[in-house]
Design a protein around this ligand. Structure first.
Ligand SMILES: Cc1ncc(C[n+]2csc(CCOP(=O)(O)OP(=O)(O)O)c2C)c(N)n1
Ligand SMILES: [Mg+2]
Length: 856
């Protein structure tokens, strides 16, 4: 018995006023979706809501109408949207006679039916020809095809030229053929697995490969389809797809958001369970990441592998993850094809009207096991009993439309696919399912060649000019005194009065690139100011917070420079920037970690996309990861960016792993990355305390005539008896230590022992390895050969023995050591990267330095 005061009670007389209508409709608008008939198998029984329990015989004449609208095949969640205009827009369309408003309900039912027949018959052909193969059938949710057809129809009317799609396994092959329109032969050929030698050790399974093609909408509009390649890792492709879309939109300039429409297809279990989905949805309205609205479609079969919906999420619907945002969620019974098409249309119109995300929760079932080799009757016996007796959707829809010759139509389609399957057996090479956009024409991957190098130094006058632009701001701009001082210092650096630090080196690199027409995009947590206060890319007027961005005022006609504070997410943002780099090879795209440690939150993006993308999909990226790294006594989590992990992921020149030890090196490294046409991800271990340290500053001249040095030789040491080889901050500490030891030995005390020590210290060469991968074997061999008197070679690292570059370096060093013994100095093996005690850290660090000079 309802108790709410808003609730109809039996004692009340039938209400007929407009107010009463509003009241009743208001309740159904709010709660109706709970009682909607959404599941074809009846496995999601309505959840009666107390406020909707009207006795329709005596009580209320509005309730039946409201119930028909809000509790039928469609359940809409939209009353959580605060904006009354948006609520009203949805309400008008849902409550309208389907033929009214501008909802065009002139559904081409025959077109929809054709897609349904094709979806099922394609799967059936695969099932018969390739029994026991995984294909992740769409059967049970085939109305995805008419839904996407409708999305494209609306998008075409609104000026879309391309649909950028991200989806996982379920129904993917069907989408490749019926949305991307690849010839069916090509997908069948994938099953034939022709010519395995062509992909030995590389390539990917068929339901992960990307595809491109063209779709012709009902009204004859041609829309390019781009289905992104993705890993098994469910939902990981979401931010990548959105980043790719954003890059395409940015390239297109004005109107880009209408032209490039993103569509993400999710599984119900993955959508609710994977955090990266939530991260991605959070970008919807953020300036640096928005794509003007993403259409999300859940292929909801109320199951994930063997796990039931009630074990997957605490909400009634998986799609309710979207409730935290002011966006509509349309639940629709996947077997009411007309309703599916209508909702797809309303959702797409809403996206175009409000630039908002929308969710379409397409509820159906999964005809077979998770893959076709699983027997689902073991884990869901009742569900599968119901499914077994349930006819395919095309038959249900044909009956609904009164079409009698459906069996013949199905047979004709089947013969078509069988013929395609036969011709696929003639393929001798693996088919390529996609074309690359022509902006990739000038760029390449594969193995490194020295010929790819470009000069990266710039003329002194040019540096002066860039400095002028970087350090001035409009008249009357109220600058913060600290920032004013910083700019004054930068002014001195850029004109040679003071050596250059990292912050200025980076600013000069970015400024020079945008002036040359190369866009720069950097995003990360607090990147505008930067975690260590070193960037200050955006100047703020302290009186009215007006922004002034020097990097956007370098020269007329310059390329864009966008430095963005990202939301507090790693996997999502890195995935986004990886995606962006995939569709903007001309740009320098960077992701910055707050501390390098946090990059492992994005480990799946690093493993599955950044490092393996070229090997699996032959897709390139020039993404830069800036990872602050170095042992400074800040504890286990602010020390290590896990050099060892990146080195382990490196093979066949897939990535570059560098640690520039001074500002000039950083400058050249960034410019090298942008100016070469070789597009490979670049992992940079960046400094923290060394950002402004005198030892890591560079004279301005280094920016004019140097290039990035993969190895920094020791030109001071004469007749070295030992070579200390290292990377990053520890190298500077070793140098200081050498200096200290030399100085103390020069002091009055001239006893025998100290003489001996002096000799030992002076005769140590300290060599910086600036690029760990690709391994600069020639440069390093040359440097080792320059110290022929050195009896031993010692790799020195701050990291524990099981971390850092040690296990990568030892065999490589032995290989080029020319018979000289190779030793190492490092912290003892440890489960956690660093100690929590600053004092312990100091003791450890001192011990490392001492050992480097004294250990025999
Ligand atoms: C990150 C991740 N964890 C686990 C898996 C293994 N896995 C593959 S499919 C699947 C179930 C997916 O269910 P759902 O998202 O509902 O999609 P459906 O297969 O039902 O269409 C699981 C757990 C995976 N691919 N990725
Ligand atoms: Mg599922």
């Amino acid at each position: 018995m309802p108790t709410s005061t808003r609730t109809a009670s039996k004692s009340k007389a039938p209400a007929t006023t407009q107010n009463e209508r509003e009241r009743v409709f208001g309740l159904f608008r709010q709660f109706g979706y709970l009682e909607a008939e959404l599941n074809p198998l009846g496995l999601l029984p309505p959840q009666p809501h107390p406020d909707l329990q009207f006795d329709t015989t005596t009580d209320n004449e509005w309730a039946p109408e409201a119930r028909r609208i809000y509790c039928g095949s469609v359940g809409v969640e939209f009353m959580h949207i605060a904006d009354p205009e948006r609520r009203r827009w949805i309400q008008d369309r849902i409550e309208a006679d389907p033929a009214a408003v501008d909802v065009d309900i002139d559904i081409d039912r025959d077109r929809a039916l054709d897609l349904l027949v094709r979806a099922d018959l394609f799967e059936q052909t695969l099932q018969q020809r390739y029994l026991g193969n995984k294909r992740f059938s769409l059967e049970g949710n085939t109305s995805l095809l008419p839904a996407v057809d409708q999305v494209l129809d609306v998008a075409g009317e609104r000026g879309a030229v391309e649909l950028v799609m991200g989806m996982s396994h379920r129904g993917r092959l069907n989408v490749v053929i019926h949305v991307a329109n690849r010839p069916a032969e090509q997908v069948f050929a994938e099953f034939e697995d022709v010519d395995p030698r062509s992909v030995l050790g590389s390539g990917d399974v068929k339901y992960h490969m990307g595809a491109t093609g063209q779709y012709v909408t009902k009204s004859g509009k041609k829309i390019h389809i781009h289905l992104a390649s993705n890993p098994s890792h469910l939902e990981a492709v979401d931010p990548v797809t959105i980043g790719r879309t954003r890059a395409k939109q940015d390239r297109a300039g004005e109107g880009g958001k209408a032209k490039y429409l993103p569509l993400l297809v999710h599984g119900d279990a993955a959508f609710a369970g994977q955090g990266i989905t939530a991260e991605t949805m959070n970008y919807a309205d953020l300036r640096g990441y928005t794509v003007g609205g993403t259409i999300h479609v859940l292929v909801n079969n109320l199951i994930g592998f063997t796990t039931n919906a009630r074990e997957e999420h605490s909400s009634r619907f998986s799609a309710q993850l979207g409730r935290r945002q002011a966006i509509p969620i349309f639940h629709v019974n996947g077997e009411d094809v007309d309703a599916v098409v209508r909702i797809a249309r309303i959702a797409t119109e809403y996206r175009y009207k409000f630039g908002s995300d929308v969710i379409v929760d397409l509820i159906g079932y999964r005809r077979h096991g998770h893959s076709e080799v699983d027997d689902p009757t073991v884990t869901q016996p009742l569900m599968y009993k119901a499914i077994k007796e349930h006819p395919p959707l095309y038959q249900i829809y044909a009956r609904h439309l009164g079409i009698e010759n459906i069996a013949e139509r199905a047979q004709a389609v089947k013969s078509e696919y069988e013929a395609a399957q036969k011709s696929a057996t003639q393929f001798t090479k693996k088919p390529v399912l996609r074309d690359l956009p022509n902006y990739w024409d000038d760029y390449f991957g594969g193995r490194y060649k020295p010929a790819y190098e470009q000069p990266t130094g710039i003329a002194r006058e040019e540096l002066t000019e860039l400095t002028e632009r970087l350090t001035t701001y409009p008249q009357g701009f109220h600058i913060h005194p600290k920032v004013k001082k910083l700019l004054e210092q930068r002014q001195e650096m850029g004109t040679g009065k003071k050596p250059v630090d990292y912050g200025m080196a980076e600013a000069l690199a970015f400024a020079s690139l945008v002036k040359e027409g190369i866009p720069v995009r950097l995003s990360g947590q607090d990147s505008r100011r930067a975690t260590f206060n070193q960037r200050h890319s955006v100047l703020l007027d302290i009186e009215d917070e007006t922004e002034y961005v020097p990097l956007q005022n370098i020269a007329p006609g310059q390329a864009p420079c966008d430095i963005i504070n990202s939301p507090l997410s790693e996997a999502g943002v890195m995935g986004f920037e990886y995606g962006y780099s995939r569709d903007y090879p001309e740009a320098l795209v960077l992701w910055e970690a707050q501390f390098g440690d946090f990059a492992n939150v994005a480990q799946a993006v690093i493993d599955q996309f950044v490092c393996a993308g070229e090997d699996k999909w032959n897709l390139l990226s020039g993404l830069v990861l800036l990872l602050p790294h170095g042992y400074e006594g800040q504890g286990p989590e602010h020390s290590s960016a896990r050099v060892e992990r990146f080195l382990q992921l490196a093979a066949r020149d897939n990535i570059q792993i560098c640690q520039p030890s001074n500002a000039g090196q950083y400058f050249h490294l960034l410019r090298r990355q942008a100016l070469r046409k070789w597009r490979k991800p670049l992992i940079v271990f960046t400094p923290k305390s060394m950002l402004r340290h005198p030892d890591a500053l560079s004279p301005l001249e280094d920016l004019t005539h140097q290039k990035f040095q993969t190895v920094i030789p020791d030109t001071e040491a004469q007749d070295a008896k030992r070579i200390l080889l290292c990377t990053g901050k520890i190298g500077h500490e070793l140098r200081t230590e050498r200096q200290k030891r030399n100085n103390s030995n020069n002091a009055e005390d001239k006893n025998e022992e100290s003489k001996h020590n002096k000799e030992k210290n002076l005769s140590v060469a300290i060599v910086f390895l600036e690029q760990m991968y690709p391994f600069p074997e020639a440069e390093l061999s040359e440097e080792l050969a320059r110290h022929p008197t050195a009896r031993d070679i010692v790799w020195v690292q701050e990291e524990p023995a099981n971390m850092g570059a040690l296990s990568y370096m030892l065999p490589r060093l032995k290989h080029i050591a020319d018979e000289r013994p190779v030793f190492s100095v490092k912290r003892s093996g440890s489960a956690s990267p660093a100690t929590g005690s600053a004092k312990a850290h100091e003791v450890e660090q001192k011990t490392l330095l001492a050992l480097a000079f004294t250990q025999d």
